[in-house]
Write a new protein. Structure first.
Length: 520
């Protein structure tokens, strides 16, 4: 029982694509996580990108670039970067090739109510000489110079050029101190998660993300483009895990295969046996109905989660739906248990909102699906949010001859029936490598879903509809750049999650055939 962790792979894939398109990141260390060697321990985010110039011209990445270059403009570096490009008589792409095209590392940290950032890039002496000639910097102490009009500070430590904001240069100075030191100083490389990843195969993109309280932890990602795909290796350790991956038996990939294409995302995993977290959406839903120890003891070894969608009558808006299927040991007992859970959930919502209980509480169909119209309660709780127009709670117990007994719960009866039909014939297929969770997300389906929100932006933000539409449209373009995202995750230790993610990119368009008789 847990919140969907497919969000993390999606964010990882988007980050990798962003960085592949416009660059940032690199250090002295040549192996995986080598950038961490020159970064202080309090850096919150660090990214290294190797061979940006080659990735930028890779046709398989082209569909992502138009969307993600817009995202680049929102970064703290955006304005300064374009001012430097203008002064050198080039554009942003040309400046990427000139300064960052070989190997570059970007890092940032929060400090005194703001953000410091730093870039360490391998550059030629001629490039630095050109910067000095065209931008006429002011010489500061400690070998640092300031490009005043561009608001950028710099230090030249051949072959490394270190850049940062002129007004907030503490991080820049800390990196330069490490470059000048006779031996490696303690820093980000000493974080256990970063140190573990240092033994991995190095990637075209490598990222470190430090999590604040109450999560308190570190995540690392290594991304390699391989034959039209982005292959991502990931590891996270948290003091308080924001997602759960349950250790134990290998996840069953059979339901995943049976349900792929039936929604936005599908996950198959082991049920979470630890404490439920009210901050997780799925856990919060289960806790609202007071899931008890007897219900959890009746769970089997498999769980399936499906994120679907449905249309809102009279509009172009599509809203997400969620369906859960728990394998159960005793289906007769499960039927009574989950009927009680559904009633307790509705009673809790009624108490919290001061609304009456649905009357009648249960509507039973000929197909065995039991339903309760809790839409008024949910709308009252969430202040008529556009994504909860007419929520229906649906549940059913299904004993399949070939695939065991299951308890199903969903926010849409149609999604519940889809899951039930798929489980009836899904073959058992334990993951060959023992992953505890397997999942798939359709980037195209997610993009289409988000674009329906754009068409109804006034519903979400009546006073800022244009800004909302722009932000969601960008998210849709990013999602559309990944045809499919697949992942496999495992939990080798408490509060540790490792995953392997494959982002399938759209194929590059074939080159047009040359006219007959044309010169080669």
């Amino acid at each position: 029982m847990r919140a969907p962790s497919f969000i993390a792979p999606l964010v990882t894939a988007c980050l990798a694509l962003v960085l592949s398109c416009h660059a940032w990141a690199v250090p002295p260390g040549e192996g995986a996580m080598g950038a961490a060697d020159v970064l202080p321990a309090d850096v919150r985010m660090a990214v290294r990108v190797r061979d940006v110039r080659a990735m930028r011209t890779d046709g398989t990445l082209a569909p992502a670039q138009a969307a993600l270059v817009r995202l680049a403009g929102s970064r703290v570096l955006g304005d300064a970067w374009m001012r430097i490009a203008g002064a050198l008589g080039t554009d942003g792409t040309g400046l990427v090739d000139l300064l960052l095209g070989t190997d570059v590392a970007y890092a940032e940290r929060a400090r005194e109510g703001g953000a410091d950032w730093v870039i360490v890039t391998r550059a030629a002496q001629e490039t630095y000489d050109l910067l000095v000639k065209r931008l006429a910097p002011t010489v500061e102490g400690g070998g640092r110079v300031t490009f005043g009009e561009q608001g950028v500070g710099a230090a030249w430590r051949p072959p490394y050029l270190v850049l940062g904001p002129a007004a907030r240069h503490a991080l820049l100075d800390a990196v330069v101190e490490r470059l000048d030191a006779a031996q490696r100083m303690p820093g980000l490389a000493d974080d256990p998660v970063v140190a573990n990843a240092a033994s991995w195969e190095r990637g075209a993109v490598e990222a470190v993300w430090r999590h604040d309280a109450p999560i308190d932890g570190t995540s690392v990602f290594v991304v390699r483009p391989v034959q039209g795909e982005l292959r991502v290796r990931h590891r996270s350790r948290w003091a308080r895990a924001p997602i759960h991956v349950a250790p134990g038996a290998a996840a069953d990939a059979g339901p995943l295969r049976a349900l792929e294409g039936q929604g936005i995302a599908v996950l198959s995993m082991n049920p979470w046996r630890g404490a439920l977290d009210p901050n997780e959406p799925i856990d919060a839903l289960l806790l609202e109905g007071e899931v008890d120890d007897a219900m959890r003891a009746n769970l089997g070894a498999r769980q399936v989660l499906v994120v679907g969608e449905r249309a809102v009558a009279g509009s172009r808006l599509r809203v997400p739906t969620v369906g859960l299927a728990f394998e159960v040991r005793d289906p007769v007992l499960a039927e009574r248990q989950w009927e009680g859970w559904a009633r307790r959930l509705a009673e809790s919502l009624a108490r919290r909102t001061g609304q009456p209980m649905p009357d009648p509480f249960v509507t039973a169909g000929d197909d065995g699906v039991r339903r309760s119209s809790i839409g008024p309660l949910v709308r009252a709780l969430l202040a008529d949010h556009p994504l909860v127009p007419d929520v229906e709670l649906a549940w059913a117990t299904a004993a399949t001859p070939a695939n065991g007994a299951w308890q199903l719960v969903a926010t849409d009866p149609a999604l519940l029936r889809t899951i039930r039909d798929a489980l009836a014939t899904a073959p058992r297929a334990p993951d060959a490598d023992g992953a505890n969770e397997v999942g798939v997300l359709s980037g195209r389906a997610l993009a289409a879903h988000l674009r329906s929100w754009v068409s109804e932006a006034v519903r979400f933000a009546p006073e800022q509809a244009e800004s909302f539409a722009s932000a969601i449209g960008l998210a849709a373009d990013v999602a559309n750049a990944a045809t499919t995202v697949r992942w496999r995750a495992r939990a080798p230790d408490a509060n540790v999650v490792e995953s392997e993610i494959i982002v399938e990119l759209p194929k590059a368009p074939a080159a047009a055939a040359a006219p007959a008789g044309a010169a080669p």
